[in-house]
Every structure is written in structure tokens, then in C-alpha cells.
Design a protein around this ligand. Structure first.
Ligand code: ADP
Length: 515
């Protein structure tokens, strides 16, 4: 990419209306950010999402096809047609769907529209784990010890594993979303593991290239938010820790990371800036690292888009990342210098998902019967749903994100416990009790948790949040009052009634020992 090409550096074409090529909470959050900038907004939606929140709140909404994303949210040509038909001058892709699809970014620009994101070239380099590893090796950024090219022959994999030491991780170069990885602990298991991982990768990603890297025991996932102007200027917005994961997918994120000393923070943030500079990065991106118990860190991958967990960074830095993305896409530059970016206080994000922790986090669907979030100072809810909305089966189970801020980590945790305790969500089975459980765990409280937190501490048959004895008695009393026809909350509709209902359910669980 030529750094002198102004179009490549940020699309100097002016725009006053933006199409948001996504759904759910991220489409809502982006539409809100665009509206704050005085821009017109266009939503696209599938037939299943005609009354989804993002489609209702945008200035205009365009139907782009049937419910399956392969026939709607993933059909680039329909999205571009919708932008042209409504006079939108730019497309914001959100995360997931087409956000990291270099061919889509090229089509958007070929249609004379601005793609609010990086260049197709940097997406291509970073979109593939092997090519990004190679790029990082050239740039001097530490990568996990392992291979630089795809491995097909089990004997070659065994030789490599012998050199770097077991356990090793077989990883699909085109993998994502925590899929396409397999740990191998002994040479005898290599051939079968390689065959299975290649088969799965071929099926899931249309690319069966597998590489071998050292499996880091008890690691933490630490990532760094960056902003680049596409002309060589890159700054970082510090780190997030995302080690609470299920199936390698994040559930709780925080910023700052409780695991970094100031010196380590400086080194990891520098490495992220170096990573982004290596591809003349344009826009908002995230450089992910794995942090070993000894403090060594290694590049995992770069996500070339807005990240689900971006709000924790926004709360501790005070910088609106969607506004920054638009500024950069307009060719106005980052608009901030590194020394103007600081971390203040502590933020935690909880992904509120329609899924059942007791059934291995299996997705759940249904109508949102009640949704009441006790907001207050330092509390943010990014949501894609509302009371009465029927959660469709076709998409990601993420309903909303609860983000809390406190002056320090203990105060952020205390606030989170308060809000989670008061949060009312009825309808699909959800993971709010899981979050309460997580906050009560010693390994979370002292910040020592690793990516194995869930496997080590969580038992599916014993996962309900610990209730203090006093709470348990209060819940039983509330239940008795409810069952005898009296109200523990003032009669009527709305939050109070819903809250009483919540108590009744919780009390039943308390009285019946959990089920
Ligand atoms: P994806 O693109 O699927 O998200 P990543 O490479 O970002 O894949 O890894 C996702 C998660 O898998 C990490 O956060 C970490 O928990 C685990 N992981 C990845 N690589 C390693 C490794 N070499 N050793 C141990 N755990 C790893």
C-alpha cells in the first residue's frame, strides 16, 4: 500500500450518511455514535430482524434478504446496493459478518463508497494467522514459538513438536471465533489430531492450512487497542484483559489488566503499535497477545475491526472509538496524540448471552418478557434487544453488554455485583447468574485468573451464584409472601413487579436447592 495515496489513507470522499452492515448491539451502538456526529444512518436487516432494535432506531432501514446470514448479512452486493439506493456514502461493518472480509472492503471502495475500516491489503495480511505470524516475525514482534508455514505431514509436526516441546497447539490458519484449535500432548496423538484439525478447518473455513505452535500453559489473554491513520501514525489506547473464556470465546473483559506491571504494560503496548505500523494500519484495531505466567508475551493475531469489548477501553480512556473510526475514515487523522491518552479507573464488561451455563452454554431463544437494568453512575448497557423482542435463532447469542466503571478494581467489582444483582431479564435462559458466580470466585477477585478459569472453577451442576445466608432467608420470605398472594413490591407493572418476579424465581431456586 502506498502511504502517499490519500484514498488508501482514509477515503477523502466526504460522506454525511452511513450504512451500518450489521445487527444486534453493535449495530445499535454504531448508529448512536454516528447520530452523535450528525450523520444520517441506514440499517440493513434480514426478514427475521424487521423489528430488531437496530432496524427501528436507524433513520432508514433496508430489508436485504431471508433470515440466514448467508442470504442477508453476508451478501456484500445487497449491502452495497442498499447503500447506493439510500445515498449513503460510507459503510461501517461492525464486527463479525463482513467486517474482516477484504474482498467486501474492495467492492465497497470500487462502488465509490468509503469503507470505515482498514485497507483490504492490511486485512489480508492480518486475516490469516500464518501470514500475520510471518509479518510479525519480520517486524520483530514476538510470536509464539512454532512453524512459519502450513504442516500437512504428521512426521514434520512431530519433529517440530519435539523441538519446541509438548504440549503444542495445532491451529487453523484461517480459524476464528475460538474454532480450529487442538492441543497435542504426545507424539502418539499427533497424526490423528492433525487429520481431525485439517478436516474441521477445511469444512469450517474452506482452508485446511494448519500450523503448530507451543501451547502456553496457564496463560492470560491480553490485547491492546490501537488507532492508525493509514499514513504511518499509530497510537495505542492501552490494554484489555479477556481471560474469562468459554470454548476460547470471551465472556468477561476488563481494562486495565490486573496482570501487568507498568513496565510490562509499556512493552506490550509498544509491541502492539509496532504490529500496526508494520501494515500501515488505518482505523481501529486490536492486537491480541498471549501472556505466559513468567511475563513473556506473544502475538496471537490482529483483529482489524471494532472489538466486542471496546467499551471497557472507552470507559477508562474517555475516547469514543466509533467517533475515532469516522474521523480516520474522513481522512482527518487520529485526532489525538499518544500523550493525551491515559487510563482512569477500572472498567469491566459482561457479555449478556442467551445461553445456558448449566448446559455447556448451549444457546437459548425466546421472547424477552422483562428487561430492566438498574443503571446509575458508571453503568453502561449496549443492547440489541428490548422488552417484547423475540430473540431469533439464526444469530449470535449476544443480547447485550453490561459495562461498569469504578475508580479502582474493587469498586468496579462492587458496582458490578450491585448491578448484576438488580438486573432483571426474563425470557430466554441467560448467563447473568454465571457472571455473579464469576465475580464471587477468589481467582477473579484477586485478578489471578487465567484462560482456564472456567474449566478449573466452574461445575455445571453447581453454578448458581452463592447466596449469603441473609439473602437466602430474605428470598425465602419474599417467596412465601408472593405465594400467599401478597406483593413484596408495590403492585403494578414495570420494574418493581418484574423485580418481585425475579425474587420469586430466585427464591424457588434457593428453596429447592438450585433447580
Ligand atoms: P481465534 O481467532 O479463534 O480467536 P486466537 O488465536 O485469538 O483464536 O486464540 C483464542 C484463544 O485461544 C486465546 O485467547 C487463548 O485462550 C487460546 N490460545 C490461542 N493460542 C494459544 C496458545 N499458543 N497457547 C495457549 N492458549 C492459546
Amino acid at each position: 500500500m502506498s502511504s502517499k495515496n490519500p484514498a488508501a489513507a482514509g477515503g477523502m470522499r466526504p460522506f454525511d450518511k452511513v450504512l451500518v452492515a450489521n445487527r444486534g448491539e453493535i449495530a445499535v451502538r454504531v448508529i448512536q455514535g454516528l447520530r452523535e456526529l450528525g450523520l444520517g444512518t441506514v440499517a440493513v436487516h434480514s426478514d427475521a430482524d424487521g423489528v430488531a432494535l437496530h432496524a427501528l432506531i436507524a433513520d432508514e432501514a433496508v430489508a436485504i434478504g431471508p433470515a440466514p446470514s448467508s442470504e442477508s448479512y453476508l451478501v456484500g452486493s445487497r449491502i452495497i446496493d442498499a447503500a447506493l439506493a439510500t445515498g449513503a456514502g460510507a459503510i461501517h461493518p461492525g464486527y463479525g459478518f463482513l467486517s474482516e472480509n477484504a474482498a467486501f472492503a474492495r467492492q465497497v471502495e470500487a462502488a465509490g463508497l468509503v469503507f470505515i475500516g482498514p485497507t483490504a491489503e492490511s486485512m489480508e495480511v492480518m486475516g490469516d494467522k500464518l501470514s500475520s505470524r510471518r509479518k510479525m516475525l519480520q517486524s520483530g514482534v514476538p510470536v509464539v514459538p512454532g512453524t512459519e508455514s502450513a504442516v500437512r505431514d504428521p512426521q514434520v509436526a512431530i519433529d517440530i513438536a519435539g523441538r519446541i516441546g509438548y504440549p503444542v497447539l495445532l491451529k487453523a490458519s484461517a480459524g476464528g471465533g475460538g474454532k480450529g484449535m487442538r492441543v497435542v500432548r504426545a507424539a502418539a496423538d499427533m497424526a490423528a489430531a492433525l487429520r481431525q484439525t485439517m478436516g474441521e478447518a477445511g469444512k469450517s473455513f474452506g482452508n485446511d492450512a494448519i500450523f503448530v505452535e507451543k501451547y502456553i500453559e496457564d496463560p492470560k489473554h491480553v490485547e491492546v487497542q490501537v488507532l492508525g491513520d493509514g499514513r504511518g501514525e499509530v497510537i495505542h489506547l492501552f490494554e484489555r484483559e479477556c481471560s474469562v473464556q468459554r470454548r476460547h470465546q470471551k465472556l468477561i473483559e476488563e481494562s486495565p489488566s490486573p496482570s501487568l506491571t507498568p513496565a510490562l504494560r509499556a512493552r506490550i503496548c509498544d509491541a502492539a503499535v509496532q504490529t500496526a505500523r508494520a501494515v500501515d494500519y488505518r482505523g481501529a484495531g486490536t492486537v491480541e497477545f498471549i501472556l505466559a505466567p513468567g511475563g513473556e508475551f506473544y502475538f496471537l493475531e490482529m483483529n482489524t475491526r471494532l472489538q466486542v469489548e471496546h467499551p471497557v477501553t472507552e470507559l477508562v480512556t474517555g475516547i469514543d472509538l466509533v467517533h475515532a473510526q469516522v474521523r480516520i475514515a474522513r481522512g482527518e487523522g487520529i485526532g489525538l496524540r499518544q500523550q493525551e491518552v491515559g487510563q482512569r479507573g477500572w472498567a469491566l464488561e459482561f457479555r449478556v448471552c442467551a445461553e445456558d451455563p448449566a448446559r455447556n452454554f448451549a444457546p437459548s431463544i425466546g421472547r424477552i418478557d422483562a428487561l430492566t437494568v438498574p443503571l446509575g453512575p458508571g453503568v453502561r448497557l449496549d443492547t440489541g434487544v428490548y422488552e417484547g423482542f423475540e430473540v431469533p435463532i439464526h444469530y449470535d447469542p449476544l443480547l447485550a453488554k453490561l459495562i461498569v466503571w469504578g475508580e479502582d478494581r474493587p469498586r468496579a467489582i462492587a458496582r458490578a455485583r450491585r448491578v448484576l444483582g438488580e438486573f432483571v431479564l426474563h425470557g430466554p435462559t441467560h448467563n447473568l447468574p454465571f457472571h455473579q458466580w464469576a465475580l464471587a470466585q477468589p481467582a477473579f477477585a484477586d485478578g489471578s485468573y487465567t484462560t482456564h478459569f472456567l474449566e478449573e472453577a466452574f461445575r455445571a451442576d453447581d453454578w448458581l451464584p452463592d447466596l449469603a445466608d441473609g439473602d437466602r432467608q430474605a428470598l425465602v420470605a419474599a417467596a412465601v409472601l408472593h405465594e400467599s398472594g401478597r406483593r413484596v413490591t408495590p403492585a403494578g407493572q414495570g420494574p418493581a413487579a418484574a423485580c418481585g418476579d425475579n425474587w420469586r424465581r430466585a427464591a424457588r431456586r434457593a428453596m429447592t436447592g438450585g433447580r
